[in-house]
Each structure stands twice: as C-alpha cells, then as structure tokens.
Ligand binder design. Structure first.
Ligand code: C2E
Ligand code: CA
Ligand code: CA
Length: 404
C-alpha cells in the first residue's frame, strides 16, 4: 500500500509512523497534525524505509508487527546511523518497551519515549508536545544510505551484479594462507561498488536475505576450488550467514547438497554467524547448527565480544571457531581492557577446543601480540584487503609464506 502523506508548511516537524494497524497510524498522524506536525503513516517496512528521508524529524514505531520485527528495524536504523528521534510503541508490557528503549540507546539511537498500546490521547499529545518544544531547531541530517527496495535487490541478483571479494586468512604459526572469507559487494550500474553494510541489513528487513545468502553460497562454492596455497592445499571457504537464515530447517541439507554439487568438501567450509545473531536465535539456531556440524561443516562465531553473550550461553553452540571482533584488535595497542578481552578469548576458546581467528589485523604490532598470545589465524589489511577473484589468484601466486 502507498503511504498516506499530508503536507503542511515546509518548516513543521515531520512525523513518520510505522504500524501495521492502519487506524493507529492515521490516528497518531491526525493528533500530530493538530499539534503542527506533518505526517506520513506506513504499514510495512518497505514503505517505511522508502519514506525515511532527511525531512523526517520524529519516528513512531510499533515493535510488534506480524510480518516485520521491530527490533530488527531498530538494528537497521542503528547501522544506518539514523539521527531521527524515536517513539516506541508496543502492546507488550512496559518491561519490553523499556528493554527495547535501552537497546535502541546502545545502538546509538535517540528515543523520546514509549507508548504502551492501547494508549490514550493525552499520553500521545504529551509526548509529541514535549518533543516539539525541545526540538524547535532543525533536525540533524541522518547519514543518507540510500534505501533499496526488494525489487532492486532481486534484480541485482538476476543481473548478477552481486560479486564476491575474498580476504585471505593466514596461519600465524606457519605463515601459510589457509582460507578466505567471502564478502559480498554490489557492482551497481550507477552507484559503483556498494558495500554490504549498505544493503545486507535492508535485505534482512525486506525478507530477501535467504535468497541473497544462497546466491552468495552458490557463487563462492563455484569459485573456491581454484584457490590453492603454495603447499597445494585447498583453501577453506568462510561464508557469512545471516542469523535470520537460521530459521530455515532445510538449510543443512540444502547446503550440503549444494557443496556436493560444486565438489566442495563440507569440512572445507566455515559458516560464520555473529555472536549477537546467535544469542537472538539460539533456540532455532541450535538445531540447525548441530545438524550442520554433524555433517562436518565448521562453524564460527563472528564479531565475538560485541554481542554481550556469556560464554555460559554459548557453550552449547557446536562452534569450531571464534572470531575476535576487529574493534578489540584495533584497540589492543591503547586499551588494556581490549588486550584482556583478546587474551581471555584466546584462552577460553582454546579450552573449548576452538580455533581463534583475529580479524581486522592492520599492523605488525597487532600480529605480534596475537602471535605471542597463541592466536591461530589472522585476517586483515596487514596482509590484504578483500579483493576480487582474479586479484586473489595473483596475490596467492606472489605470496611467500613467512614466519611472523
Ligand atoms: P564481517 O563479517 O565482520 O566482515 C569483516 C569486515 O571487516 C569486512 O567488511 C572487511 O572488509 C573488514 N575488514 C577486513 N580487514 C580489515 C582491517 O584490517 N581493518 C578494518 N578496519 N576492516 C577490515 P565488509 O566487506 O564491508 O563487510 C561488512 C559486513 O557485511 C561483514 O562483516 C558481514 O557481517 C556482512 N557481509 C558481508 N558479506 C556478506 C554475505 O555474503 N552475507 C551476509 N549475511 N553478510 C555479509
Ligand atoms: Ca564475517
Ligand atoms: Ca567480523
């Protein structure tokens, strides 16, 4: 459905509403209008993202919608560095709203308040009035990462505009290249090379992430066999899996069949799932992850250290690898806390029988610290940026294993 937009004067604050119940959106809009706001009411994520531009000064968002996860949407806004103030709504109890508000704040979003549904007219009026009073000044422009539509993403796949760049992973002890991580990019006909942070979160919200994941898997599996190190060993393939795809109970069987089709051994594949994604989907994920592991696919916990999971929560996950988030690697030289996290992660990971990969290694000093603390694998600009298939073949050809 198309968004309802009612224009008023150019200077008035603009409220963008997303609520699957059309009546709630229109009601809130009309109340806002009576207080001098313009408003746009949307009922689905696609319209919402399409309407979210720099003119929007305030967002009202329902957290509970049938075909759309409000928390996911919050995450997306956080990733887009959205500067627009939010009002959260939900039919759940107050605790849920408060937790969501805290989450929004940790994502760097600004929240004006929340409304527990069904809310009454004065509650809404008060929130809008206090917002309008505090914000007579113009809003700060949010980072314009262009909203993409589901159709654009699907067309990009049909036209094969999504390509893979690969970043080598090196064994710290021997200096050998052991694997590559496949990182998707969009070779956009007008916008040039678009990076995944600008379309993966959207693909998740718009419900095309499974399709995209399979596209990437197929492409990577078809290319990996040409990558062999100087010892003649087949390089391992690391693939990023969206936590959302862990709902698909067919995933292990479909994946194994696909790997077989391309002649790739399951033990040469590492599936990376972010720590935060794992915590969120733990219940459904465990089933799928265990079955993947039983089929010998390796599992890696990506961005480790950023998800605030307790090792306790993760100890049932049959992961074979921990990937220390690049923020810790980056901060190691100046923050003792980062050094402690890195050292402890290596220690605990090893105790649990996991391989430890450090990502974002950019300097000799970082590599040295990792080596001294027994980290297994390193990946980062120090060795190579993610590069195209042809460039990687050339890189491997010229790379001589050395002791670090
Ligand atoms: P990630 O999985 O954490 O990937 C590592 C990111 O760090 C990559 O960004 C990589 O280019 C960057 N990086 C590598 N070495 C260094 C370094 O030394 N210093 C710094 N500062 N950065 C480094 P990229 O390629 O922009 O990817 C961003 C994120 O997009 C990935 O983060 C991953 O979460 C997601 N992504 C990429 N490809 C896929 C995919 O095929 N499927 C899914 N679901 N997500 C993907
Ligand atoms: Ca990754
Ligand atoms: Ca990572």
């Amino acid at each position: 459905m198309t968004p309802t937009k009612i224009e008023d004067s150019k200077k008035s604050p603009h409220l963008l509403i997303i609520d699957d119940e059309k009546e709630v959106g229109e009601f809130a809009g009309i109340v806002a209008q009576s207080l001098g706001f313009e408003f746009t009411a949307t009922t689905n994520a696609g319209d919402f993202l399409g309407a979210l531009n720099d003119d929007v000064t305030l967002i009202m968002m329902d957290l509970m919608m049938p075909d759309m996860d409000g928390i996911e949407l919050l995450r997306l806004l956080g990733q887009q560095k959205c500067k627009t103030t939010l009002i959260l709504m939900s039919g759940y109890d107050k605790r849920v709203l408060e937790t969501a508000e805290e989450l929004a704040q940790t994502l760097g979003l600004s929240v004006a308040g929340h409304l527990q549904k069904p809310f009454r007219l004065p509650e809404l009026q008060n929130l809008l009035k206090s917002y309008a009073l505090l914000n007579v000044v113009a809003p700060v422009a949010r980072k314009a990462s262009k909203a993409v539509t589901k159709e654009e993403l699907q067309r990009a796949m049909v036209r094969e505009e999504l390509v893979l760049h690969y970043q080598p992973q090196l064994d710290i002890a021997t200096g050998r290249v052991m694997g590559v991580e496949a990182l998707v990019r969009w070779q956009h006909p007008e916008r040039g090379l678009v990076f995944p942070d600008d379309f993966i979160p959207q693909a998740e919200v718009l419900g095309v992430i499974d399709e995209l994941g399979w596209y990437v898997a197929r492409l990577a599996l078809s290319e990996i066999r040409q990558f062999v190190n100087s010892e003649g060993e087949q390089l391992k393939l690391s693939l990023n899996v969206s936590p959302q795809s862990l709902h698909d109970l067919q995933l292990p069987d479909t994946f194994i069949a696909l790997a077989r089709q391309y002649g790739v051994a399951p033990e040469n594949v590492v599936l990376e799932i972010t720590e935060s994604g794992l915590i969120k989907e733990l219940a459904s994920a465990l089933d799928i992850l265990t079955r993947l592991r039983m089929k010998r696919v390796h599992l890696s916990i990506d961005d480790f250290g950023t998800g605030y999971a307790m090792m306790q929560q993760l100890r049932h996950v049959p992961a074979t690898e921990l990937k220390i988030d690049k923020s810790f690697v980056h901060d190691m030289h100046q923050l003792n806390s980062a050094r402690v996290v890195v050292r402890k992660t290596i220690e605990i990971g090893h105790e649990l029988g996991m391989k430890i990969v450090a990502e974002g290694v950019e300097t000799r000093e970082q590599l040295e610290f990792l080596r001294l603390n027994g980290c297994d694998i390193a990946q980062g600009y120090y060795f190579s940026r993610p590069i195209s298939t042809e460039a990687l073949l050339e890189w491997i050809k010229n790379y001589v294993p050395r002791n670090f």
